[in-house]
Design a protein around this ligand. Structure first.
Ligand code: ADP
Ligand code: MG
Length: 250
């Protein structure tokens, strides 16, 4: 199964000028893969992620979550479907201030409906992998930006959703902690989940199975690593990937 989309367009108007934040994008998130969309600030990445998760309605094009067309659903139905299927790490801080880190993580885990409550074992294991085990009983307002990001990742994966979407998951993180996040996301993909990462971090790009670049609302494929032995489409060396990504004004 997959999340699929075709010919997505989202227009915004600012100071009487209308522009396409997302311009004719067709992209799929298959289960079991890490899909990375890389681009500079303002290229349309967050808008695209929000369309694919059903938070924003596109002006044109459609999104199918496991065959279900979001266009045919009410706002409430879209919210329910998203809560069930997708664990999301938003770009901005999104933890609930009145709850401890542990409570924040567990609360999200209940939305997928798969577990009546996330087992405390799950929470502890993910917290250890992400290096936040010491923080479980503190409140979010005492955390650094990078710590909040790691808590948000733990929260997104605890619900055992089929898909994980993360907007700049390694923003504000040092390479070691960014690596921990990527290791956790890799094991999620290897266990069959579809992972979509929006980024401008080379570390994240280098861990992609499928890499796209985004510029001016348009998405261009850069690399697909099928993971098969004798892969006929080996990934480009990182340097050429970066050259391609930098060539976003093509
Ligand atoms: N609600 C909105 N109204 C008007 N312009 C918007 C809105 N949301 C985003 N934009 C603009 O659309 C462009 C793409 O934004 P965004 O998707 O957030 O980019 P990115 O995540 O790649 O930084 C930016 O120029 C941004 O300012
Ligand atoms: Mg963004």
């Amino acid at each position: 199964m997959a999340i699929e989309s075709g010919n997505l367009v989202k227009q915004y108007t600012r100071r009487n000028r209308t522009f396409r934040a997302v311009d004719d994008v067709s992209i799929s998130i298959p289960e079991g893969k890490i899909v990375v969309v890389s681009g500079s600030s303002g290229s349309g990445k967050s808008t695209l992620l929000n369309i694919l998760s059903g938070m924003i309605r596109p002006d044109e094009g459609n999104v199918l979550i496991e065959g279900k067309d979001l266009a045919g659903l009410s706002v409430r139905e879209r919210d329910m479907l998203r809560g069930k299927k997708i664990g999301i790490v938003p770009q901005v801080q999104s933890l609930i201030g009145g709850l401890t880190v542990r409570e924040n993580i567990v609360l999200q885990g209940t939305f997928s409906g798969k577990k009546s409550e996330s087992s405390s074992d799950d929470v502890r294991i993910y917290a250890e992998l992400l290096g936040i085990e010491e923080l479980l009983d503190v409140f979010p307002n005492s955390l650094s930006g990078g710590e909040m990001k790691r808590v948000a990742v733990a929260r997104a994966i605890t619900g055992d959703h089929e898909y994980i979407f993360a907007d700049e998951p390694t923003g504000e993180l040092d390479p070691e902690n960014a690596g921990k996040i990527m290791d956790v996301l890799r094991s999620q993909a290897d266990s069959g989940k579809g992972v979509l990462l929006i980024t401008h971090d080379e570390l994240v790009e280098s861990r992609a199975d499928i890499l796209y670049s985004m510029a001016g609302g348009k998405v261009t494929p850069v690399m697909t690593n099928t993971g098969d032995v004798g892969d006929s489409h080996p990934p480009l060396p990182l340097k050429s990937q970066n050259d391609l990504l930098k060539g976003e004004h093509l």
